[in-house]
Design a binder for this molecule. Structure first.
Ligand code: AMP
Length: 432
């Protein structure tokens, strides 16, 4: 089946041809006619399946056919969890909509708002947004959603994981009742199912390659390796000739930075992206990686979610993920759009449980390769004794440990330490 059988207008057909797409992917085949029929969609789709074009092409067509009163009215809103994903969706819309009338705009946090406000002024028939910045600009009175006709909620499960679900509900409450909603999620946890029931009206279900079936073109295998040797194994793999470029996943932000440091010590250039990096640093790291200037990108799951990196040859799980589904998302960064790829996982003794969960989800055991650093430590690390590494009693709104309280006495030794509790005055009361 070709794109021409999907009743798309000539401009879109020539733009997808120019993008190098010869035929629609399964999700595009199923979704495009339904969206053009103005149906609500509940889409369960794996990353890298061509989901963006599945919603962007029909949206461009619907808006181009019925131009609005002003380009400043937001008629299609696409909500997505991360800045990188927002930028990527916007770039694709610009590509697919070349030479067409609808104008697109993207907004996300971490950068100044003035450029985004200027862009909104230029025209924003289609707005791609992250929830935080959108709510912020709505609250400041710069954005109204009263003209929205089509609402896309992308990566709904990740919105939930990142704690955005309340923001999403606040946003949906401000969209007019009569609109078309397209909700996409790789997995369907209960909260997302509930949200879908609340926001969708008689939706058509589109399910392509559930999350437990990663793209078959990916060659997956693993190494058993001690934690301390992971850096050596990584450096040796990255120097192999078939590794053109690699996305390396670390469980923590600190871990990302440490891996970059270790690789640089071994003479290998690498860049990191994670939530603690400034937007400028994230953009420049991605740019260096995408342009091929730096071949290795080290990332946490949240920062790497949905990234579309053309021709990524390797994904390496330096740490296995805590949730098995994340394994599928991670390795889905390679083997995209019909190309082949390799996914390598490292497993130390403390990660046996995660490995079991991943293999259970996959339905097969990962083939084991041997390296010069075989696993030698076979006793799991004992959990830290009480008080040695206490769990944070307080966590901040991001779920990170809150800064310990520093008393005035410690900041300034002149100030006498204050007792934690006021001494209790005992009052002898007579019982009546
Ligand atoms: P997405 O799942 O939307 O992030 O798309 C994943 C990758 O597939 C992107 O690099 C797209 O450019 C590419 N792509 C999308 N649709 C097609 C298609 N019909 N044929 C070939 N590549 C495609």
């Amino acid at each position: 089946m070709g794109f021409d059988q999907l009743h798309l207008v000539p401009a879109l057909l020539s733009n997808v041809r120019a993008a190098g797409y010869s035929e629609p992917t399964p999700i595009q085949r199923e979704t495009i006619p339904l969206v053009l029929d103005r149906r609500d969609i509940l889409g369960c789709a794996q990353t890298g399946t061509g989901k963006t074009a599945a919603f962007a092409l029909p949206i461009l067509q619907i808006l181009a056919r019925n131009p609005g009163a002003s380009h400043r009215d937001i008629r299609a809103l696409i909500l997505t969890p991360t800045r990188e994903l927002a930028q990527q969706i916007y770039d694709n819309i610009v590509l697919y909509g070349k030479g067409m009338t609808p104008r697109a705009c993207v907004i996300f946090g971490g950068v100044g708002q003035q450029n985004q406000l200027d862009a909104l002024e230029q025209g924003s028939d289609i707005l791609v947004a992250c929830p935080g910045r959108l709510l912020d600009l709505m609250n400041q009175g710069f954005i109204t959603l009263e003209h929205v006709e089509i609402f896309v909620l992308d990566e709904a499960d990740r919105m939930l994981d990142m704690g955005f679900i309340h923001d999403v509900r606040r946003i949906t409450a401000r969209i007019p009742q009569a609109h078309q909603t397209l909700l996409f999620s790789a997995t369907m946890p209960k909260e997302v199912e509930q949200l879908a029931m609340d926001v969708l009206h008689n939706p058509a279900s589109v399910k392509v390659d559930p999350v437990s079936s990663p793209v078959e073109a990916i060659d997956q295998y693993m190494y058993y390796v001690d934690k301390a040797n992971k850096k050596r194994l990584l450096a040796s793999i990255l120097q192999e000739s078939d590794v053109e470029n690699a996305l390396v996943f670390s469980r923590t932000k600190y871990g990302c930075d440490r891996i970059v440091r270790d690789l640089r010590k071994a003479g290998i250039d690498a860049v990191a992206i994670h939530g603690d990096k400034s937007q400028g640093a994230r953009v420049s790291a991605l740019k260096r990686f995408k342009s091929g200037e730096c071949r290795f990108l080290i990332a946490t799951d949240i920062a790497a979610r949905g990234l579309d990196i053309e021709g990524l040859s390797h994904v390496i799980n330096y740490d296995l993920p805590m949730e098995p589904e994340a394994y599928i998302h991670r390795i889905g960064r390679t083997g995209r759009a019909g190309k082949s790829g390799t996914a390598i996982s490292f497993c130390c003794i403390d990660e046996y449980k995660q490995l079991g969960q991943v293999e259970h989800l996959l339905g097969f055991r990962l083939p084991v390769h041997e390296s010069q650093w075989p696993m030698e430590i076979t006793t799991p690390t004992q959990p830290a004794a009480r008080g040695q590494n206490p769990r944070p009693a307080n966590v901040n709104f991001k779920g990170e440990a809150a800064q310990p309280h520093v008393s005035m006495a410690r900041k300034n030794p002149q100030v006498p330490a204050r007792p934690l509790h006021k001494p209790v005055q005992r009052i002898n009361r007579k019982k009546v």
